[in-house]
Design a protein around this ligand. Structure first.
Ligand SMILES: C[S@@+](CC[C@H](N)C(=O)[O-])C[C@H]1O[C@@H](n2cnc3c(N)ncnc32)[C@H](O)[C@@H]1O
Length: 447
């Protein structure tokens, strides 16, 4: 996939016409960003389920033909199936589930031991993916797709009587499906973002093309076109610099409100007029260096340098305001940070994972590779391949203003629509006429 193809996907003004033949239901839909890709590939979303009403309001504007249920999936299985049947007689083609990920990353609650409420809450979040079991029992989809962070493939949770891996619970709960599981990285499809996620795809065992997939040892998702170290006919990963130069974004700067806002309604960044030291920390990291603010080694007050790493004052006792610092009871100290925090993005690599906190310079790799600011909301949306036609108006106009964070959150949570579009094309090919081209499908390395 070339940069041009991804750009066309992002900038395409009109949605592709959606067929009526292949229906889809999505659970944990957010604002439906991942659903946009499946819809672009030809699926018609019939029911989308999201418990947060602000998220659902954004989604409903973008999927006016679909029924949005503002419900907790865990208590709505019957209703989801009833609403689906009220709207169509067709057999459900695709059930997509993209539950939240917060529980995973730090979770390994010690084999059956739940020490705190927090651990219990994480466990509840980690189990949300298993909601596809009762949902699939009622909806009987031809294909199930679940996406989540990578630990979902190795994580253990208690479900029913037993504590075992999520993927094993899924296998037990979905005996009518053959499950494929693996890791996909959108950088491997030419997207300038290193974002790795687990996917599980269940194919109902009566699908005639299932044996072809298994025979060829391929999985029902697209084959990579790019690689970090390319071999054979693969292309090199796209870098953030290539992408940003190609899209020619209007220059922004965090020093003042006027320069922090561009013409496009989503091209804006925080400004640091109320915290000039924050601006200093960013602006003194050399452009294109990929370095962090802890490495700023010239004192902004007396210009002495090099000031050694790890100290908060220069040799003459001035505060190193261009390093991340906090006030303590007795003076100042450096913010405890990781190598990745307060750091410019490396220009010659894809962006690191676009997260929900893209406006915080203290989070991982959040500073623009050469301008003095974080990425704008528009740049994050583009890196997540959200089509520009996506209607954000209900979030943009939301009051109080903090709700505008909703857009960055939704963007960071998305399963990138360009990937779901490519994936949707593979699935529609298989579902519609058993079009099976093993060269389009990924090799299946069972995880
Ligand atoms: C990872 S996000 C979904 C992202 C979405 N697929 C996209 O690409 O934009 C997960 C969503 O699940 C919602 N959610 C969490 N728990 C839920 C529950 N029990 N029932 C319904 N929705 C839930 C969250 O509010 C969040 O919007």
């Amino acid at each position: 996939m070339s940069l041009q193809e991804i750009r066309e996907f992002v900038e395409q003004p009109e949605p592709r016409p959606v067929g009526d033949d292949l229906t889809a239901v999505s659970l944990f839909s957010g604002a439906g960003l991942s659903d946009v890709g499946y819809a672009s590939a030809g699926f018609r979303l019939v029911v989308q389920v999201e418990q947060d009403s602000d998220r659902a309001a954004v989604g409903a504007r973008n999927f006016p033909r679909s029924k949005w249920l503002r419900r907790d999936v865990r208590t709505a299985h019957d209703e989801i199936a009833d609403v689906y049947r009220d709207h169509t007689d067709q057999r459900l083609a695709l059930l997509v589930a993209t539950p939240p990920c917060q529980g995973m990353s730090s979770s390994n609650p010690g084999r059956g031991r739940r020490s705190t409420n927090q651990e219990g809450r994480k466990e509840e979040l980690n189990k949300l993916i298993l909601e596809i079991v009762p949902a699939a029992a009622r909806l009987r989809p031809r294909i199930i797709v679940a996406e989540n962070v990578r630990p979902v493939l190795t994580l253990e949770v208690s479900y029913g009587e037993r504590r075992r891996k999520v993927i094993d619970h899924l296998r037990d709960g979905l005996p009518q499906y053959h499950l494929f599981s693996g890791i996909v990285n959108v950088a491997d499809y030419g997207v300038p973002q290193d974002r790795r996620r687990a996917v599980v795809v269940g194919v109902r065992r009566d699908e005639p093309w299932l044996r072809l997939l298994r025979g060829a040892n391929v999985a029902p998702w697209p084959r990579a076109t790019h690689a970090e170290i390319p071999k054979n006919d693969l292309d090199q990963w796209t870098t953030i610099r290539q992408w940003m130069e190609y899209l020619e974004y209007e220059t922004l700067d965090s020093a003042s409100p006027a320069n922090a806002v561009g013409e496009h309604p989503l091209h804006y960044v925080p400004n640091y007029t109320d915290n000039p030291d924050r601006y200093l920390q960013i602006s003194q990291i050399p452009p294109y260096s990929g370095r962090n603010a802890y490495e700023n080694d010239t004192c902004p007050t007396c210009r002495s340098q090099p000031i050694r790493a790890g100290v908060v004052k220069c040799v003459r006792g001035h505060l190193m305001r261009n390093r991340p610092y906090v006030r303590t009871g007795t003076g100042f100290r450096l913010v405890k940070g990781f190598r990745s925090s307060y750091r410019r993005m490396a220009p010659d690599q894809p962006a690191r994972t676009i997260t929900t906190n893209t406006s915080h310079i203290g989070s991982d790799f959040k500073i623009h590779p050469w301008e003095n600011r974080v990425l704008s909301t528009l740049e994050c949306a583009d890196l997540q391949t959200v089509p520009r036609r996506f209607d954000w108006s209900s979030a943009i106009n939301a009051r109080p203003r903090s709700k505008r964070y909703l857009i960055r959150n939704l963007i960071g949570e998305a399963f990138p629509p360009y990937f779901t579009f490519l994936h949707g094309q593979v699935l529609t090919g298989l579902l519609q006429d058993s079009r099976f081209d093993d060269k389009r499908c990924a090799h299946h390395v069972r995880q």
